[in-house]
Design a protein around this ligand. Sequence first.
Ligand code: IFM
Length: 440
Amino acid sequence: MGFKRADFPEDFIFGVATSSYQIEGHQFGGAGLTHWDSFAATPGNIKGAENGATACDHYHKWPEDLDLIQAMGADAYRFSTSWARVLPEGTGQPNPQGLDFYDRLVDGLLDRGIKPFATLYHWELPAPLADLGGWRNRDIAKWFADFASILMRRIGDRVHATATINEPWCVSWLSHFLGHHAPGLRDIRATARSMLHVLLAHGAAVQAMRAEGIDNIGLVANMEYAQPVSQNPADIAAAERYDAIYNLWFLDAALLQSYPKAALDGLEPHLPAGWADDFPMIAAPVDWIGLNYYTKKIIAAADGPFPALAEIDGPPPKTTMGWEIYPEGLAYFLRNIHSRYGDRPIYVTENGMSHDDQVIDGRVSDQVRIEYLEKHVAQLRQVMAEGVDVKGYFIWSLLDNYEWALGYDKRFGLVHMDFETLVRTPKVSYFALQKALKRQ
Ligand code: IFM
């Protein structure tokens, strides 16, 4: 690995990240059905019609997984909590097994000297709430805040940090405009409403958690560098729209109480009257910002209604997701968050790559992942040297897992998963990190 722990400040946090539906095994422990279960049960939505029923069976194998994190030398583990595991109906009566599971997990982390970073929501909405309109229903702010309170009353005294919602762009745009994720809608009004409600739910949960005495709360946004395909003004404007929708909408609202004009121009007709009155709730103060970064997109102007843009295939190198590897984008966003939103702590809450990893003679040689991580960490060190307050770096992911609509083929893990036998095999990148993170 081209870096070592000593290159970073003493309190810098290296971690690994996962999410509940992608690893836990949703069939276990009395969890309620989610909109992902019904999305996956609908032909054509998911590669191979795969779902998260078993996934990595982390629900039972969590001690082994936490041992792997500890043996790698990571400081922190970023996991998410399944709303439907805690509240099978989405509201109402908690599932004791669900609360017990997260309780054990947090204690298991602390026993191993690993800091728990919880994320409340990473995409598996309880099905009964989806029946009520899910993210299109404004009441979701209250439902989510109640879930946050119930969960935090149980584990909040021991988590190191808590994020509300992972990647609001995916919860809203990807799922209600592009239709790639549950609930699979393609509707601009549903999109605009979900883009508002995901922010409202975030703010309401922050307030609810503060009322429970929880601190160190953040919001995690994903960002993709938007490069215009040419210097033609129409292409530049299209890239600006992409950037506004994807990279600016959520953090501008939560931190500046405004929406970027290039996005608002297209979305305002579909927002409810009085949308600006929600800013005080949306902007409930957070302690840190989380950035998930993977790639860049090349954008061209296109005919048709807002957002009137098209993605153009970029050059190699790419990951098996088809995502162009562009480490400079990480530095771009870290600098931009710092200059746009002021000097507040930033965590890189996800970064990593998918690759066709195979176990050959007991070994998984993923040199390409080592190079990916080295290049991104070099960008991180550069911006830290410039004074950007980056507090930690989390690799996506600990384990190969369920990559949503793409099923189990896209392997992001530092640890290989055999999805038949559930055998875990640390990859060469895991061992390289173990060496880099060793304390002298
Ligand atoms: O697997 C996902 C994760 O759920 C959210 N961030 C991006 C990852 C890779 O696509």
